[in-house]
Design a protein around this ligand. Structure first.
Ligand code: ADP
Length: 507
């Protein structure tokens, strides 16, 4: 078993790893930038090492500094979380060469899955279905046109080195292709320093369904079922759930088996995720493998009962996976990413101090957060503040429970995505599970476009009066929380109830 783990990350995932360490009796070492000196992940860890100024390049992305911190602290392992250095092959290798255990897959597996064309080649060789297209980068637009003709438009141009939706262009006619080719290459060159582009068939209205895998160092590779991640904005996931409303036990078994084949082909170890597109006709296609723990891992944890982060640490320490090789989900779990973005203003990032944070609780509710009242939210890092995750015995109960939990949530001081999530939970199409990867972009205007009701306007006016009064009495925190709550309308009653209780308790 590992004894001391350095957590090379920040925010909610750093705290998540620290908590797993505590439960396993492993000592944890946090790292932090100037901006995070008072962050919860730093306080909760057993030790903490300052690694530099706020910009990530000089702190959370400075691999050498992080490895030096691990050695100085006497850690025997490094957990990278997600983002930052988690999928950098060189970092995984450097950690290993420093004599430390990397809590993740071998550098070679990261490399094998790091290029989309290489991953497609590997998948094809192991009987894992991929979207029709090439497995090699193409020399020019003319070659791309030729390929596109063989399976028909629309097609998708994709950067081989791609990630985060960059270097991707949908092309609907041959005439559009040359221009799209040039702009995809340009974007890929700027984002990845590599302008290799290939062609895929563009699948209309698919779902994004991914399979969680775990692999130990003794040859066992298992699939832990799927996550449905179709609620996306600009290729970014917003809401995830497990299981998927579109996956039967039979399909789950086939997708799980394909994911296990892909993982075995790459010599995979530890936790990873195979992403697939599930087409309307029921065919599924491998997209890529994420060689790390994912943001949305908790929904799988809630329906399987497997603590994935603990198992990352156990596997890295040499333990064997004790679970059966297929797992049926129990109940339903949903996750909403609570970000500091303003949904009514094009999801513009919002910054400032979190004046008041009231976290939902009660049956089936989990909060994986990285902030607290008093935290400063800046522009240096990802806008995700926390994840709100719920479990219910059915999808309907989970959706209702998420709605209830979102109504309990109060974040004052910065704008958040809370209101957006409330509207999604109320939406008839979402409630029916009738979603695909284009659903949110289609639905967003009507989700957010509803004019404020008379009740909402009245609530906002009362809230403004309360704030003015609170300023006189020095209790602005409470009033601001109520103001943001009541301005949204959806949670008016609960916000007033919260205030009434607090006022009643005031000495
Ligand atoms: P990235 O690594 O840049 O995130 P992915 O290959 O994972 O790129 O694709 C990102 C998203 O783009 C997917 O989740 C899906 O929504 C969409 N997408 C990718 N490939 C296709 C395709 N062939 N047809 C339709 N949509 C696609």
């Amino acid at each position: 078993m590992l004894k001391k783990v350095l957590v090379a990350n920040r925010g909610e995932i750093a705290l998540r790893v620290v908590r797993a360490c505590q439960e396993l009796g492993i000592r944890s070492v946090a790292v932090y930038s100037d901006a995070d000196a008072h962050a919860p992940h730093v306080r909760e860890a057993d030790e903490a090492v300052h690694i530099g100024p706020a910009p990530s390049r000089e702190s959370y992305l400075d691999g050498e500094r992080i490895i030096a911190a691990a050695k100085a602290a006497g850690a025997d392992a490094v957990h990278p979380g997600y983002g930052f250095l988690s999928e950098r092959e060189w970092f995984a290798r450097a950690v290993r060469e420093a004599g430390l255990v990397w809590v993740g897959p071998p550098a070679e597996a990261i490399a094998a899955m790091g290029s989309k064309t290489a991953a497609r080649t590997l998948a094809v060789a192991h009987d894992v279905p991929v979207v029709p297209g090439t497995t090699e980068a193409l020399p020019d637009a003319a070659a791309a046109k030729k390929v596109a003709k063989t399976f028909g438009y629309p097609v998708l141009l994709k950067a081989a080195a791609g990630g985060g939706g960059k270097g991707m262009r949908v092309v609907r006619t041959a005439a559009e292709l040359p221009e799209a080719w040039e702009s995809a290459r340009r974007e890929a060159r700027n984002a990845f320093g590599d302008d290799a582009v290939y062609v895929e068939k563009y699948i209309e209205g698919p779902r994004h369904v991914e399979i969680q895998v775990l692999a130990d160092h003794h040859g066992t590779v298992i699939a832990l079922g799927e996550r449905e991640c179709s609620v996306q904005r600009r290729h970014q996931k917003m809401i995830e759930e497990a299981p998927s409303p579109a996956v039967s036990p039979e399909l789950r078994a086939r997708m799980g088996a394909a994911a296990v084949r892909a993982a075995k082909a790459a010599g995979y170890r530890n936790a990873g995720t195979c992403e697939f597109l599930l087409a309307r006709d029921g065919n599924f296609y491998f997209l890529e493998m994420n060689t790390r723990i994912q943001v949305e891992h908790p929904v799988t944890e809630l329906v399987t009962g497997v603590d994935l982060v603990q198992w990352q640490l156990r596997i890295a320490g040499g333990e064997r996976i004790p679970f059966p090789d297929t797992m049926e989900p129990r109940g339903w779990a949903i996750e909403c990413r609570i970000t500091s973005e303003d949904p009514t203003n094009g999801f513009l990032p919002s910054t400032g101090r979190i004046e008041c944070l009231h976290v939902p609780s009660g049956p089936g509710v989990r909060w994986d957060g990285g902030v607290e009242s008093g935290s400063e939210v800046g522009l240096h890092y990802d806008p995700m503040l926390a994840k709100l995750i719920v479990w219910g015995s059915s999808r309907e109960q989970a959706v209702d429970r998420m709605h209830r939990a979102l109504r309990e949530l109060i974040v004052a001081g910065v704008e958040t995505s809370r209101e957006f999530h409330l509207r999604v939970m109320e939406d008839a199409e979402f409630r029916a599970g009738a979603i695909d990867i284009q659903w949110l972009e289609r639905r967003l205007p009507s989700l957010l476009g509803a004019a404020p009701s008379v009740a909402e306007r009245q609530a906002a006016a009362i809230a403004a009066a309360l704030i003015a009064d609170a300023d006189r009495r020095g209790t602005r925190h409470t009033a601001q929380a109520v103001a943001s709550e009541s301005a949204s309308g959806a949670g008016v009653a609960s916000a007033w109830a919260t205030l009434a209780r607090r006022e009643a308790l005031r000495p």
